[in-house]
Write a protein that binds this ligand. Structure first.
Ligand SMILES: [Zn+2]
Length: 185
């Protein structure tokens, strides 16, 4: 092996390592809450539900602490909230039931959706779409969840509670599902 091919190999390995860590590692920020969830030992996760939320109570509508404060008022939560900059905040352990789905049902008839799902909130408003960073973070997070559980459904809140809910808002769901499917290949 020549010096040139050795240096090419080293560059190749560096690039390979960089691209693997960029897509595989998730930087999760701990924002665990003390409300809006229930322990459920041995629960089996087979569903991911995507939502939208924002702080509707004055101040910065996309401030994570104000969003969490609003959740506490209603006694609700989500496992994850994704900020406008793509930061992923974890509010509830995946082993616990988070109160995010409300009265809803899965296509197979399951009605206790909180007990078998992971809930993810995108910070968006009624008029704004998720940012590119948010969409990318959601893609990485859901893909990561799919490597750890046997996921049957990735659905919108509006899919499981169509009369009550319209979220996630202003989000190209078909494009997202296509991107998610492409990651498997
Ligand atoms: Zn929702």
């Amino acid at each position: 092996m020549t010096m040139k091919s050795i240096s090419n190999l080293i560059i190749f390995l560096i690039v390979l390592n960089f691209s693997a860590s960029a897509s595989d590692s998730l930087n999760i920020i701990n924002k665990k809450v003390s409300f809006g969830f229930a322990t459920n030992p041995g629960r089996s996760v087979n569903t991911v539900i995507v939502h939208s939320t924002f702080n509707n109570s004055g101040g910065d509508k996309y401030d994570i602490d104000l969003v969490i404060k609003q959740f506490s008022t209603y006694g609700v939560s989500a496992h994850y909230v994704i900020g406008r900059d793509g930061k992923i905040y974890q509010l509830v352990d995946e082993k616990d039931n988070s109160y995010h789905a409300g009265k809803s049902s899965l296509p197979d008839g399951t009605t206790n959706v909180n007990s078998c799902s992971i809930g993810i909130e995108l910070m968006t408003s009624y008029t704004e779409s998720p940012t590119e960073e948010q969409s990318k973070a959601l893609l990485n997070l859901v893909n990561n969840i799919k490597t750890r559980y046997s996921i049957k459904y990735v659905l919108r809140h509006s899919d499981i509670a169509p009369v009550r809910k319209t979220d996630p808002w202003n989000f190209d769901w078909e494009a997202f599902k296509k991107q998610l499917d492409n990651l498997k290949k």
